[in-house]
Ligand binder design. Structure first.
Ligand code: CTP
Ligand code: CA
Length: 219
C-alpha cells in the first residue's frame, strides 16, 4: 500500500507523538473525557516510524491498534501524559501534541464509587498545559501543536503559536463537515511563527499525517 511507503526523512531522529483524549477520574469507575478518537495522532506516529524516526507514542485510551515499529506509552490523565512526555523530552527532536488534553480535572477524585443522590456537583481545577510547559524549556526540540476550533481558526491559531512557543500548529475548523473528530478525513492549515500559513485541501488523515511528517522533517 502506498501509504505504508518507507522513507529516510526522519532517520536518526526521535519523535514523541501524543494522541487520544485524556481521561480525568471522577471515581474508580467514571471519568470526564472528550470526543477524540486518536486517529490523527496514530496516523502521525505510523508515518513518523515509516520515515525512520524512533517514535514514542504517548497515548490516552483509544480503540486503535498501535502502529508497527512504535514504542507505546499508555496514559490516562493529562497529569500522567505530562509526566511521560517530560521523561523523554531531553532526548527527543520533536514533540507532536495531537492529544486532546482535558483542560480541567476533578479537584479530588473519590476513592470509592459515588452513590446516586438528588444533587451532585463536581469541583474542577485547571490541568497543566503540557505543550506550554515544553515551550518554556525548549532547547533543541521542535514543537508541533494542534488546535480544533469552531471559529476564527487562524487568529486563535496564531495566538497559540506565540503563547506556547511552537514551531508549527496544525489547525482545523471542526464546524466543517469531514474535518476533525472521529472521521477518517481532515482539512487543516499549518500555521508557523511569523506570517506564514499553508492551507491543505480535504484529504485522508493518512495523507495529512504524511504532510505533517514532511513539514516536521523540513523544520
Ligand atoms: N494542550 C496541552 N495541555 C493542555 C491543553 C492543551 O498540551 N492542558 C495542547 C494540545 O495537545 C494541543 C494544543 O495544546 O496541541 C492546543 O490545545 P487547545 O485545546 O486547542 O488549546 P488550549 O490552550 O487548551 O486553549 P482552548 O482549549 O481554550 O482553546
Ligand atoms: Ca483546550
Amino acid at each position: 500500500q502506498f501509504h505504508l511507503m518507507k522513507t529516510d526523512l526522519l532517520k536518526g531522529k526521535t519523535v514523541v507523538v501524543t494522541a487520544g483524549g485524556t481521561q480525568e477520574a471522577i471515581d474508580p469507575v467514571r471519568f470526564i473525557g472528550n470526543k477524540s478518537s486518536g486517529k490523527m495522532g496514530y496516523a502521525i506516529a505510523e508515518q513518523a516510524a515509516l520515515a525512520g524516526a524512533r517514535t514514542i507514542l504517548v497515548s490516552a485510551p483509544t480503540h486503535l491498534e498501535v502502529p508497527y515499529g512504535v514504542e507505546f506509552v499508555p496514559v490516562q490523565s493529562a497529569c500522567d501524559m505530562q509526566k511521560q512526555v517530560e521523561a523523554v523530552y531531553e532526548e527527543c527532536d520533536a514533540v507532536i501534541m495531537a492529544a486532546a488534553v482535558a483542560d480541567f480535572r476533578v479537584a479530588e477524585a473519590a476513592e470509592r464509587k459515588i452513590k446516586k443522590m438528588e444533587h451532585m456537583s463536581l469541583e474542577l481545577v485547571k490541568n497543566p498545559d503540557i505543550l506550554k510547559g515544553l515551550g518554556e524549556k525548549k532547547t533543541h526540540q521542535k514543537l508541533i501543536g494542534f488546535a480544533a476550533e469552531t471559529n476564527d481558526v487562524i487568529e486563535y491559531g496564531r495566538a497559540k503559536v506565540r503563547n506556547k512557543n511552537l514551531d508549527m500548529l496544525v489547525a482545523n475548523d471542526v464546524s466543517k463537515e469531514n474535518a476533525g473528530f472521529n472521521v477518517d478525513t481532515n482539512e487543516v492549515t499549518f500555521i508557523y511563527p511569523g506570517e506564514q500559513i499553508t492551507n491543505l485541501p480535504l484529504m485522508s488523515k493518512q495523507d495529512v499525517a504524511k504532510r505533517i511528517i514532511a513539514a516536521v522533517a523540513e523544520l
